[in-house]
Design a protein around this ligand. Structure first.
Ligand SMILES: Nc1ncnc2c1ncn2[C@@H]1O[C@H](COP(=O)(O)OP(=O)(O)O)[C@@H](O)[C@H]1O
Ligand SMILES: [Mg+2]
Length: 354
């Protein structure tokens, strides 16, 4: 029996999505092999004993409370989850599946805590989580590894929007995409078609992050590729999924409403490209994964432009419901949702055994 803690919810704007992903994962894990200890994190950051069905009949599920839980960082109490009010040990876990998106989930913070606690976990470590969450560093590292990315300008904390002077404007060209450097789910992102709208867009991105990335537009198919690491270290890239209808949406791109509310975007999996392009996308995904030192899994997103694929961004804990893109691209390659989970957990356990 493997005792696994599935952690979900969290203090990010993607709280509900995380609950849905975790619910799907727990529903799939075979009970004869795994003993599951669900841990919910409320929107204000409290860890509580969770449930194996965090969704129920709710459309926007959330973690609302429960018995408080803490993870021991004492090496002599490795893997212990206990009630900090009574000291009672509730479970001793072998592995953790942090099904958390965005801030405090995908950015290296929880990974650091799990490292301190000495508990193996599914997915990538501190450095690569932090770099992949940060669109500036993702691009710097990808560019150094020879992965094509588009032009950008970084507006660092405290920098005034006037730093985007005529020279920068000419370099980027219109339209530009203005994004929080460490965001997700398209929240705080705006497409700017005239420079007089830039200041507003920067203000709206800064609601989520003091650092803002201003990017030249990528034109072409938006595609997503999954990469997983097998227990022996071999990396596998999935076939690409091509998103349809993103630019026909009201927002004009794959914005928050388009992603979660409008149901206008469909995916073609596999994308239907020729072997050469498929191979190129697979190789670029693997190069990106390695360059960022990712572990376990990542979803690597590209645009297929006229001059070939260009990286957009990397997600180290992508959406994980059974209809999310990440499980679907592996299903297209013949790997079931259950096999995918087994592989990710086996890889986490194997790494800790080394
Ligand atoms: N440079 C760009 N050119 C064209 N579209 C973009 C660009 N950057 C972002 N977008 C659009 O905005 C969406 C969200 O941006 P993304 O960088 O993926 O941020 P998030 O981490 O919030 O998903 C993308 O899926 C794409 O539709
Ligand atoms: Mg994205």
């Amino acid at each position: 029996m493997i005792t696994i803690a599935v952690i979900y919810g969290g203090m990010s704007s993607e709280h509900s999505i995380s609950c849905i992903s975790a619910g799907a994962i727990m529903a799939e894990l075979p009970r004869e092999k795994y003993e599951i200890f669900p841990v919910g994190i409320t929107q204000d950051g409290t860890w509580v004993a969770g449930t194996t069905d965090p969704v129920g009949d709710s459309q926007l599920p959330s973690v609302d409370g429960g018995r408080e839980v803490a993870l021991s960082v004492n090496p002599a109490r490795r893997g212990e989850l206990y009630d900090p009010n009574t000291g009672e040990v509730l479970a001793t876990v072998d592995v953790v599946f942090p099904v958390l998106h965005g801030t405090f989930g995908e950015d290296g913070t929880i990974q650091g805590l799990l490292d301190l606690a000495g508990v193996p976990y599914v997915g990538t470590g501190v450095l690569s989580s932090a770099c992949s969450m940060d669109k500036e560093f993702t691009k710097t590292i990808a560019r150094a590894a020879g992965v094509p990315v588009t032009r950008e300008f970084i507006l660092h904390e405290h920098a005034e929007v006037t730093a985007v002077d005529d020279e920068v404007r000419e370099y980027l060209g219109l339209p530009v995409f203005v994004k929080p450097a460490r965001g997700g789910s398209s929240i705080g992102i705006n497409k700017v078609e005239s420079w007089d709208k830039l200041a507003d867009a920067v203000r709206s991105a800064r609601l989520y992050d003091s650092k803002v990335i201003i990017e030249a537009e990528l034109i072409g198919d938006e595609v997503e590729i999954g990469v997983i690491e097998r227990p022996d270290g071999e990396l596998v890239a999935s076939p690409p999924a091509k998103l349809n209808g993103t630019s026909d949406s009201d927002e004009g791109f794959y914005g928050f409403e388009t992603k979660y509310l409008d149901n206008v975007v469909t995916a073609t999996i596999p994308a239907g490209y020729d072997d050469e392009l498929n191979e190129q996308l697979a190789q670029l995904s693997l190069t990106t994964f390695r360059a960022l030192s990712c572990q376990g899994l990542a979803r690597v997103d590209f645009f297929v432009t006229e001059s070939g694929p260009m990286l957009n961004e990397v997600n180290t804990m992508p959406g994980f419901t059974s209809i999310s893109m990440f499980p679907q691209v592996f299903q297209a390659a013949g790997m079931t949702y259950g096999e995918l989970l087994e592989t990710l957990i086996a890889t986490a356990l194997e790494r800790s055994a080394q």
